[in-house]
Design a protein around this ligand. Structure first.
Ligand SMILES: Nc1ncnc2c1ncn2[C@@H]1O[C@H](COP(=O)(O)OP(=O)(O)OP(=O)(O)O)[C@@H](O)[C@H]1O
Length: 537
């Protein structure tokens, strides 16, 4: 047989050393009995396939290993001894393989189901709600960024140095979603760490600094928030030479965007739109786009601007994400049309105020009553830092000129101030130089002033979202805070809306408030009497 089959090896360099044992065995055998014996050996092997199911996977691999060096081995692509018995054997093998594949599938499915159960339990524990196909397992710890996603050590070190020991619920879920390359719209309470939830995966996705175009864009609705986000990015990217740029007026005016070295660009929609129109900035390489405070960006006055940015970010494999503490249905609907295969992540309940804030309603009767109430409150216990919100810049200026002489360190911020003045006001408040910051809604969203003890809604907010975001400047990152909302006769129709928000976030609300009628609450900015106490001349 060895001789007969030698023609099969013609033209093939046969390694006699390697297959010495086989050659010796074949040479010993009588050529007539040879194939019968080999066939029966093959049958024997075939019989071995009638084994308990559990052992089949192991058996088939052992069999493969055993067959190495036996007569029916494939030599460099040729099956040397092909007989009817080996066909039967192959059929058996196919069956065994099919069964073991089936078994593998079942085991895998079982394990997947167990993992899904564990994920669901974990999400419930952290009040995380998800929808979307194949949502990744939430993070148990920041260490998993290393074990599951090979997070670079500079980033882990930065997280540690910033004092972030454990991911917050939104970070637990949104980070794996974005790292999986999925688009995401996320809603989580104010002060719950959404910035890190989108910056961390962005830095991981970008891996290393690269030349040749803008790779990530973060859109923020105000300049103040852009500056803050820029600083947060820089802190997280420390030790890595990413080119993180803030779209300032100066940059917009003077930069040559055709040679713009930039990994991450942070901008307001207006400035970026101007750069697209005037400077032909190229966003076609952008891999990662974040719309922070997304519901604000989707409002009609900003929508045109974000729309042109979204269109300019034409990379088909872009990952877009939307983050906010409030996510109205109309934004969800628009987001669904815009995004593909997105995962929706909600922490707690949508559009809910943070549970760490003690909320209070105070009836002041009239505008004069408000001024008395705030003065009295400061006289009794001024626990800075305190933020006071008013409905317009005119009213903010008026209150400032009243309180400026009251022997408290007070400042004001609104859109009539220059950029430098606005930044100064924010920095002084952060540094504790200002105790009371009087503000319009320009700093109501996104701004992270550490440790604000109390927010006073001097003027009733104009919508549910405004209420949630304004009071959310206090009680951040798990700390407690306080919110006081003044109301007058004009605001009574909308009291029930605030009462509902208070009750939903666990505050005690007098029952009579819950019995009031609910009225659609949008853009409630009634004409109010002037704040001034100076007599009219
Ligand atoms: N894992 C963490 N552990 C502790 N603190 C954290 C963690 N992540 C973020 N923080 C801190 O929590 C604070 C709030 O974070 P951030 O400003 O991102 O909140 P946010 O959810 O975006 O709030 P908003 O809705 O008001 O914009 C920041 O001071 C931030 O440094």
């Amino acid at each position: 047989m060895a001789n007969d089959s030698s023609f099969l090896f013609a033209g093939i360099r046969f390694d006699r050393k390697k297959f010495g044992a086989d050659i010796a065995r074949f040479q010993k055998k009588d050529s007539d009995t040879d194939s019968a014996k080999i066939s029966s050996a093959a049958e024997d092997e075939g019989e071995k396939t009638i084994e308990p199911v559990e052992e089949k996977v192991a058996a088939s691999t052992t069999k493969k290993r055993k067959r190495k060096g036996t007569s029916s081995e494939t030599v460099e692509g040729f099956n040397v001894f092909r007989s009817s018995t080996s066909v039967a054997q192959s059929n058996d093998e196919v069956r065994v393989n099919e069964e073991s594949v089936e078994l593998n599938k079942k085991t895998k499915k079982k394990e997947q189901n167990k993992q899904l159960e564990r994920d669901a339990k974990f999400r419930k524990q952290h009040n995380i709600h998800v929808s979307g196909y194949n949502v990744p397992t939430p993070l148990q710890s920041f260490d998993e960024l290393k074990s599951r996603y090979n997070c670079p050590s500079y980033l882990l070190r930065n997280l540690k140095e910033l004092g972030f020991r454990e991911p917050t619920p939104i970070q637990r879920q949104a980070i794996p979603v974005l790292l999986q390359g999925r688009e995401c719209f996320a809603c989580a309470p104010t002060g719950s760490g959404k910035t890190l939830a989108f910056v961390c995966p962005m830095l991981m996705k970008l891996k290393d600094p690269e030349k040749g175009g803008i790779r990530a864009v973060i859109l923020c609705h105000t300049r103040e928030l852009s500056v803050q986000t820029y600083r947060e990015c820089k802190k997280l990217a420390k030790r890595k030479k990413f080119r993180i740029k803030l779209m300032t007026k100066n940059l917009l005016r003077n930069a040559d965007f055709s040679k713009f070295p930039c990994d991450v660009l942070i901008s307001t929609p207006l400035r970026l739109r101007l750069a697209i129109k005037r400077k032909k900035i190229d966003l076609s390489r952008v891999e990662y786009l974040v719309l922070d405070e997304s519901d604000k960006l989707f409002e009609p006055e900003l929508f045109k601007q974000i729309d042109s940015v979204i269109k300019a970010c034409s990379n088909p494999s872009i990952i877009r994400s939307l983050f906010s503490a409030t996510l109205p249905d109309f934004v969800e609907d628009q987001a669904r049309e815009l995004m593909h295969d997105a995962v929706r992540v909600i922490v707690g309940r949508k559009n809910m105020a943070s549970e760490t804030i003690k909320q209070k309603l105070v009836f002041t009767g009239s505008e004069e009553g408000k001024l008395l109430a705030i003065r009295q409150s400061f006289a009794e216990s001024l626990n800075p830092p305190v933020l006071v919100f008013l409905q317009s810049k005119e009213r903010a200026k008026e209150l400032y000129s009243e309180l400026a002489f009251d022997n408290i360190r007070v400042d004001v911020i609104h859109s009539d101030l220059s950029q430098a003045e606005r930044e100064n006001a924010v920095d002084n408040f952060r540094a504790g130089k200002t105790w009371v910051l009087i503000a319009t809604d320009v700093v109501a969203r996104g701004m992270d002033f550490k440790g604000v003890n109390c927010v006073i809604n001097y003027d009733f907010p104009d919508s549910a979202a405004a209420y949630v975001h304004r009071i959310g400047r206090s009680g951040r990152a798990g700390r407690t805070g306080e919110a006081i909302t003044f109301y007058t006769e004009d605001d009574i129709p909308f009291l029930r809306n605030v009462a509902n928000l208070m009750a939903a976030s666990g505050c005690e609300v007098p029952s009579y408030l819950m019995e009031l009628r609910k009225k659609k609450w949008k853009k409630h900015r009634p004409k109010r009497d002037s704040i001034s106490t100076k007599p009219d001349l």
